[in-house]
Design a protein around this ligand. Structure first.
Ligand SMILES: Cc1ncc(COP(=O)(O)O)c(C=O)c1O
Length: 425
């Protein structure tokens, strides 16, 4: 069955989905706003907005106090951890909240780095966002050797042979992205975890870009750490780290003395953003509701999340087919990353392009005037833009789709981009 047909038989109810996101109704210069900026941050459903304001209106307090709002806050934090545990398939005490993925990763690299020195090695990849690169590279200060696996320029996939070569008995940690925020490649992280484990090294997965597009199962992956950011999967601006309990217990965090020694709180610095954590709980509940729309017979929250992801996957795949076919028909346009429909299981709906004669900023600006929100530049995937030699000339135009985008938006975007390119030639 063709994907377009499969799509019509799935239960992804895009009209219902869009009705949940108030910001999607905006206009720009009288034209409907089209949010193709998901890789930079997604919109939030009404229940997330309500949870944040509801927390501030009723429960606003610090933790551990002997009174009602503080107890309510403690309960909400426990529920939010359990919800994220269901989202990632781990236990609640393996969930660490933080300001964002970057700061959580720096905190973890500092702690892991306490035990490392000359002779130890860390393997990174050149396809990663800098947030899963620089925090580890900083350990060169301690004499740690950093190695970086290459990616294939032609299709922007990780060079797995090179990665395997870099991992040796001296490797202590392998850090890899689940999906590239620049070119959309989905990496074979299960294989990377296996290679790391085989060498006795820890694995650290950056799932920030992958989380809105695909199901994450840290138990099945058997990774040691996995970081993501709720603002990329329809929640508020915060970061979430999964750490295997044994590591969270054994490693020594940098922390202030009065803070508890018990996990996961010992990994959390200062007072957290409670209202946003209330929003994270609501965000997971949104995923659950989405899944129950797709599969009303889902019983547990995790089952509903699994169902949500399979319908999201089919929807995004169909949008990807339409978008790539249309992009490749635009004169002078070059797509970076996988363009072959037979390999769309190795990519998500994030498209990096350049058009001859136009800078990415010019294109993003012209599209922005027409209501299309895209991005230009390197989006902190600096090694990618450097290796592909586009860093000096403005990086890429990035068009990023998520489940609330529609086929009509893709058609309008292709028409607008085609017109911009034609008008300027
Ligand atoms: C793949 C990837 N990793 C890491 C980050 C950094 O996340 P945060 O902003 O939560 O620090 C981003 C942000 O764009 C990203 O796309």
């Amino acid at each position: 069955m063709a994907l377009a047909e499969q799509l019509s038989t799935t239960a992804l109810d895009v009209a219902w989905i869009r009705s949940q996101f108030p910001s999607l109704a905006q206009t720009v210069n009288g034209l409907p706003a089209v949010f193709f900026d998901g890789p930079g941050g997604t919109q939030v459903p009404r229940r997330v907005i309500d949870a944040i304001s509801g927390y501030l209106a009723h429960d606003n307090a610090n933790t551990g106090g002997a009174y009602q709002t503080s107890r309510d806050t403690d309960r909400m934090l426990a529920e939010a951890r359990a919800a994220m545990g269901d989202f990632l398939n781990c236990d609640a005490d393996e969930i660490v909240f933080g300001a964002n993925m970057t700061s959580l990763t720096y905190a973890m690299s500092r702690s892991i780095g306490r035990e490392l020195g000359p002779g130890d090695e860390i393997v990174l990849t050149l396809l990663d966002h800098d947030a899963n690169f620089s925090p580890w590279k900083a350990l060169e200060e301690k004499g740690v050797t950093i190695r970086a696996a290459r990616f294939n320029g032609a299709d922007c996939t990780l060079d797995m042979q090179d990665l395997a070569r870099q991992i040796t008995s001296r490797t202590r940690l392998v850090a890899v992205g689940f999906a590239s925020n620049a070119v959309g490649t989905i990496n074979n992280v299960a294989e990377v975890v296996r290679l790391a484990r085989g060498a006795g090294a820890l694995s650290y997965i950056d799932a920030v870009h992958y989380a809105p597009h695909g199901l994450i199962d840290v138990r099945a992956l058997d990774c040691d750490f996995l970081a993501c950011s709720s603002y990329k999967f329809f929640g508020p601006h915060m970061g979430v780290l999964y750490g295997k309990r044994e590591h969270l217990q054994r490693l020594e965090p940098y922390k202030v003395r009065p803070n508890t020694n018990s996990i996961p709180n010992c990994w959390e610095w200062g007072t957290l953003n409670h209202e946003c954590i209330a929003g994270i709980k609501a965000c997971v509940e949104y995923w659950e509701e989405l899944g129950r729309h797709a599969n009303p017979s889902a019983t547990t929250r995790r089952e509903a999340i699994v169902a949500a992801h399979s319908s999201v996957h089919l929807h995004e795949w169909a949008l990807t087919e339409k978008m790539i076919a249309g992009l490749l028909a635009i004169p002078g346009l070059k797509l970076y990353g996988i363009g072959d429909p037979r390999r769309f299981n190795e990519r998500c709906a994030t498209f990096a392009v350049r058009v001859e004669g136009h800078t990415p900023l010019q294109l993003a600006t012209k599209l922005g005037e027409r209501g299309f929100f895209t991005w230009d530049g390197n989006y902190y995937a600096l090694n990618v833009t450097e290796q592909l030699d586009v860093e000096r000339t403005g990086g890429f135009l990035r068009i990023g789709l998520v489940h609330y985008n529609t086929a009509k938006e893709v058609e309008r975007m292709l028409a607008a981009l085609g017109e911009i390119v034609r008008l300027w030639f």
